[in-house]
Write a protein that binds this ligand. Structure first.
Ligand SMILES: [Zn+2]
Length: 376
């Protein structure tokens, strides 16, 4: 296990979509056309042509302890400060393209943080995340975007680890986000982060909910918090103890990102979870064709009086097929949720089952069918 796995941001989790990273790169799925295009339009980095850039690249691979299966290209673009990693899922190789503007703006150490960031997109196999236009509904679309932002947090950490110093990463970020060279910036990172407080006070910016990258404010804050973790201090042998463990830091970062993107995603996920639980529990309770007084009380405790009253009146006027249809709809929606949310539903449904009157075969069958529908 490479240390990049240990420091991977908790919410950047391919498993949320049931994707298992295949570390066996035997499957050759190499996009030659991409390489052909780059060879004809950009300039490949070699020691002879760009010794300084080449040195930075080597430093990064040495620090990260991974093989250099990459082709690096410089492309003429004096406007955009960009770097990108072009890769096919599960491919053994990748191309990293850096704009000339990026090279001009950053010093060698800062560039190392950018190179390591891009290399880690390949290492973490982020291209396995489905593209957002594959989302089947709005909630899934927002969940995909949330994952995409989480991927950037992991890669920023790799940027830090690959350049060996947090200062390099923070400087690079401030330069990229302003587009300005050193002479204009006094690298006082905490004053930049005051802007995050201001943005939060204004309840964030809804547009950030639709962004594939977190704002640089969140990204810099995430790195600074990362440097406060026990794990970071241990790794860099700072002789200091961190303030939090990495798991806690990851939760803080997740909350901070959500504060500026707004809580729409949380709300819509929660709505779908609750609906699945409500109709799921009903179908477990009704497996024996009875909704006993005791079950009604338990239902009310979980879902409230108002919901219980309206469900009871629905039950008194509806055929079982109507209820079944509602269960089906609720689970169709829930199937699209991320894995951790589906696990949550599974756990609570199991609890509900163990609370139900008689744990007969029908109820058990109902429970396992509901869990099957979640497609975890
Ligand atoms: Zn990135």
């Amino acid at each position: 296990m490479n240390f990049l796995d240990r420091f991977r941001y908790k919410y950047d989790d391919l498993n949320e979509l049931g994707i298992v990273k295949n570390i066996n790169h035997d499957k050759k799925n190499y996009n030659n056309q991409n390489l052909r295009n780059l060879l004809s339009s950009s300039v490949k980095v070699s020691k002879n042509l760009f010794p300084k850039i080449d040195k930075s690249i080597n430093n990064v691979f040495q620090r990260l302890g991974i093989n250099n299966n990459f082709n690096f290209f410089i492309t003429a673009n004096h406007i955009e400060t960009q770097a990108a990693c072009a890769m096919m899922p599960q491919s053994p190789n990748a191309e990293i393209i850096i704009t000339s503007r990026m090279i001009e703006l950053l010093n060698s150490e800062e560039l190392e943080s950018v190179i390591a960031h891009e290399v880690s997109h390949f290492y973490y196999q982020h291209s396995l995340y489905p593209s957002i236009d594959k989302a089947r509904n709005r909630t899934e679309y927002l969940n995909f975007l949330h994952l995409s932002r989480a991927a950037e947090i992991s890669s920023d950490r790799a940027g830090l680890l690959g350049s060996g110093d947090i200062e390099n990463s923070l400087r690079a970020m401030l330069k990229i986000s302003t587009g300005l060279p050193d002479e204009h910036i006094s690298f006082n990172f905490s004053s930049y982060l005051d802007q995050l407080r201001e943005l939060r006070q204004l309840k964030g910016n809804q547009n950030l909910l639709y962004s594939t990258h977190p704002t640089f404010l969140n990204r810099m804050q995430a790195l600074i918090w990362f440097s406060m973790s026990n794990e970071y201090n241990e790794y860099f042998k700072t002789n200091k103890k961190g303030t939090y463990d990495l798991k806690t830091i990851d939760d803080k970062i997740n909350e901070s990102i959500k504060k500026v993107t707004g809580n729409e995603l949380d709300v819509s996920n929660k709505e779908i979870i609750n609906k699945a639980l409500l109709w799921g529990s009903l179908s477990i309770y009704l497996a024996d064709k009875k909704f006993s007084k005791e079950e009604q009380n338990k239902f009310e405790k979980r879902f409230g009086e108002k919901t219980t009253v309206s469900i009871k009146s629905l039950l008194s006027i509806s055929k079982m097929s109507v209820i079944e249809k509602r269960v089906e709809e609720a689970f169709k929606e829930a199937e699209i949720l991320m894995k951790s949310d589906k696990e949550k539903i599974k756990i609570i449904l199991n609890e509900i089952f163990s609370e139900s009157d008689n744990h007969n075969e029908d109820a058990k069958k109902e429970l396992s069918q509901l869990i099957l529908r979640l497609n975890i």
